[in-house]
Ligand binder design. Structure first.
Ligand SMILES: [Zn+2]
Ligand SMILES: [Zn+2]
Length: 591
């Protein structure tokens, strides 16, 4: 078992990887923002670059920014670039797969380039080919799904439709008269089709399609995956991060902290050979992945943490303050708490450390947003999301092309409390309106926000200033907003307009639809007695199935489902001319 206090720290900060170096101050108000610490270890005690590197109080390595006093945790650039590569693979056609290991010499050499580099290594259950890479000695799979091999392909549309309309897996098998194995093969096939379809349709974004403004809401959603080992009844909890645009509803990414391409047994052996556990976290070869020893460390860390109060009726300001307190309790402020005592790691594929999926997600968005003139992010109050956003979009923030806001919504209110909040705001609005009879409603709103901006509450360790949004809705009854990239360079009314747009509704709506329409993602019904060990009726057995369904549903949501305006999100954004039918996706061919 590794002792946290004696971990080896080979250099000052990890070397850049794939052009990525994220070890810098993430405070937008600081001169060091986006200026990386120097990589080389010097003979002198200190390096003259505005940072001090240390193991930190509990030996989580951190930088200290000498200019603003912040302590950004040191992170692995290899892990970030590996995660970005994993996510970007969805946008790249699967015709020329190669060894997925970024550090392997064969990484960009396609599998079809012959026996010199790869050797065939059997098939997986779902019919994907497995290869042994001669460069690094590891195996990987390449999915090869085709309609030609499929019997009953006439049932595809029915199965697709059942999947998107809340039919449990067992029921789909009954209705379509297929066995579970066929159903999972069909899910693989739909996933491949959706991937090819969306890669072709989102290509304009990668090529810099011009978009004047995007208002992007970002949040995370958790899923419980059933145990698959009968001797270990704990569940695996997965987390997805999603980003959706307010104006069009388009969901740009929905990324699960799970890498199905890896074999945990193989990686554990490799990590042991490299003695990875003896090295400080961000310097490890496998910094991106949850190894068994990380899980043990995490449990030990968790057991030391204070129990947070819950179930107390409270307002959004207390909620914001409590969340900041919880950040301060973390050993690493960027690491969202993910595992609890009754959860475990998946035994097929590997779970990714949450903060690296967040970094990967925002860097992925950055690739898609090359042609967007201005992007505003509205994000759930989570320091991992903040760090990932402010580092991926650092240049754009500095160039004043990107702004970021925290949005906190108190969802604990009852229906009556929500109505009450709306009534109060309505009367405040009516008074303001009668005081300014010449103004339009929207102008009165901006006026009210402007007034509130003059006296905002400073909350938490960083004294961030939060605005209580004056116009609640039933879905966002109490809403507080914090402007994270405030350079004081916007006029009061411009600023008020940005605050007025702050909301998480676009990503919330997607999350809700996902829970409602795909039975596997239905919120598990927890009972206080057997919580965590209960068999959640429709939860997927295998996280890879969940991951595939997330992608399938994202494509369905963006391209098939129309809103009141008879348009799909893709039509509103300009990525599709008309509503797409499920059949168009099933029969899609990129050529
Ligand atoms: Zn700083
Ligand atoms: Zn390799």
């Amino acid at each position: 078992m590794s002792k946290i206090s004696t971990l080896i720290k080979p250099t000052r900060i990890p070397a850049a990887a794939g052009g990525i170096q994220i070890n810098y101050c993430k405070n937008p108000a600081c001169q060091n923002y986006g200026v990386p610490a120097l990589e080389k270890q010097s003979g002198r005690k200190q390096m003259n670059d505005g940072y001090m590197a240390s193991g930190g109080g509990a030996s989580i390595p951190v930088l200290k920014c000498k200019l603003c006093g912040e302590f950004p945790p040191i992170k692995s650039n290899i892990a970030v670039s590996e995660e970005l590569a994993r996510l970007l693979a969805d946008l790249i056609p699967a015709s020329d797969p190669s060894c997925p290991d970024l550090q392997c010499a064969s990484h960009n050499i396609p599998v079809n380039s012959g026996k010199g580099h790869y050797q065939s290594y059997g098939m997986t259950h779902s019919g994907s080919k497995r290869y042994l890479c001669k460069g690094c000695g590891k195996t990987f799979t390449v999915s090869s799904v085709s309609t030609l091999r499929q019997r009953h392909s006439d049932k595809n549309q029915m199965i697709f439709s059942l999947l998107m309309n809340k039919s449990p897996m067992r029921r789909i098998c009954e209705v379509a008269e297929i066995n579970p194995r066929t159903l999972y093969q069909r899910i693989d096939f739909f996933h491949e089709q959706c991937k090819a379809f969306v890669a072709a349709h989102e290509r304009p974004l990668l090529e810099g399609m011009a978009i004047p403004r995007l208002y992007i809401a970002v949040d995370r959603q958790d899923y419980t995956v059933n145990w698959s080992n009968q001797h270990d009844k704990r569940n695996v909890v997965m987390h997805a991060v999603g980003s959706a645009d307010h104006g069009t509803g388009y969901v740009f990414g929905m990324h699960l902290d799970f890498d199905p391409s890896l074999d945990p047994a193989q990686i554990e052996v490799d990590a042991a050979t490299l003695n990875d556990q003896a090295i400080s976290y961000p310097f490890r070869r496998y910094a991106r992945l949850w190894l068994k020893s990380d899980y043990t460390d995490h449990m030990r860390q968790r057991s030391r943490m204070r129990k947070r109060k819950s179930g107390v009726a409270r307002d959004v300001t207390t909620d914001v303050a409590d969340t900041y307190d919880a950040f301060a309790d973390r050993l690493d402020v960027e690491v969202p708490l993910s595992q609890s005592f009754d959860t475990t790691l998946p035994d097929k594929g590997m779970q990714v450390h949450g903060e690296y999926t967040l970094y990967g997600h925002f860097l992925y968005l950055k690739r898609l947003f090359g042609g967007v003139e201005k992007v505003r992010f509205f994000m759930d109050q989570e320091s991992g999301i903040r760090a990932a956003c402010l580092s991926a979009f650092c240049d754009e923030v500095k160039a004043r092309k990107t702004d970021a806001f925290y949005v906190r919504i108190n969802k604990d209110l009852t229906v009556n409390e929500r109505r009450h909040a709306i009534a109060i705001s309505r009367s405040e609005f009516d008074i303001a309106k009668s005081n300014h009879p010449g103004l339009k409603d929207s102008e009165v709103e901006i006026q009210l926000i402007q007034n509130r901006l003059l006296n905002m509450a400073a909350i938490g360790k960083w004294s961030d200033r939060w605005l209580l949004h004056p116009f609640p809705s039933m879905s966002e009854p109490e809403k507080a907003i914090c402007y994270l990239t405030d350079y004081g360079d916007y006029a009061a009314d411009h600023l008020a307009r940005l605050y007025s747009k702050a909301s998480l509704h676009s990503i919330d709506r997607f999350f809700m639809q996902l829970r409602r329409r795909v039975s596997l993602f239905e919120r598990p019904i927890t009972t206080s007695s057997a919580q965590g060990c209960s068999w959640f009726g429709y939860s997927p057995y295998n996280p890879e199935v969940a991951m595939k369904l997330l992608m399938i549903f994202r494509v369905f949501y963006n391209y098939v489902a129309v809103g009141k305006d008879k348009k799909t999100p893709a039509m509103r954004l300009g990525l599709a001319k008309k509503k797409v039918c499920m059949d168009d996706i099933i029969s899609f061919s990129p050529n």
